[in-house]
Design a protein around this ligand. Sequence first.
Ligand SMILES: [Zn+2]
Length: 278
Amino acid sequence: MKIYITTDLEGVSGVVHPEHTAWDGRRHHEARRWMTEDVNAAVDAAVEMGATEVLVCDGHSSSRNIIISDLHPAATLIFGRSGRRLGQMEGLDESFDAVFQIGYHARVGTPSTLNHTTNSGVLTASTINGRPVGELDMNAVIAGEFGVPVAMASGDSAAMAEMQELCPWVETAVVKWPVGMYAAKVLSPAREQQLIREAVQRALRRLPEMKTVTVERPTTLELTFKDTALADAAYLMPGTVRTSHYAVAFTGADIFEAYRAHFVMIALAAREQWHTVA
Ligand SMILES: [Zn+2]
């Protein structure tokens, strides 16, 4: 049994502020230790349940968060960002039996602690074929295109509600309850890891019941930007359609093409923001 684990940072229990999530944040060192321990709990539970291979993908920001010297020895890790074509799902293919999403937040504009989608600096909404999506959803769609089900997820209560709306079969570990954008009711890491272990055990016992997400082809990914200058920049990309003053869409042959295009549009907008913000 092969397990793929994608991990983010904003949905880890003690993480409530950019000082935890920014690369130069004062408390990033603490947050990355909690993230590593959460991933290790999931790896350990998966191995106990019969996993023969576990691939972990560090999916937050620069994707160099997990503390390698503490990584569970049964896991291998996708580490670092450049050259990725599948973002937080790099390394996944049809040979895997299940995906776990650890430490995730809900989409931008929801009452989830540290809510955002892909780039908090430039985007106010993302949709796939007209349906609003966050990172949890986009990752599930990519997994589905490979025929692999999302079986387990962890994050705050809003993120887990979002996950179950799209994939009602997913076993979730709610490890944080939002109070506001930068505040939440949180757990000790030990309790959090126990909940993650239990969710992995439940998920792998129920693996035959897990389903995959399907999406129609061709696949349209539309991005709404914070201001029209950012949309102007994204609209430079060939093949895009300007759907409003604030929004740009790209239709790909499949989700893989649309997903790569969305990263290019975001990169163009981020570059524009870099030039215009004094
Ligand atoms: Zn994220």
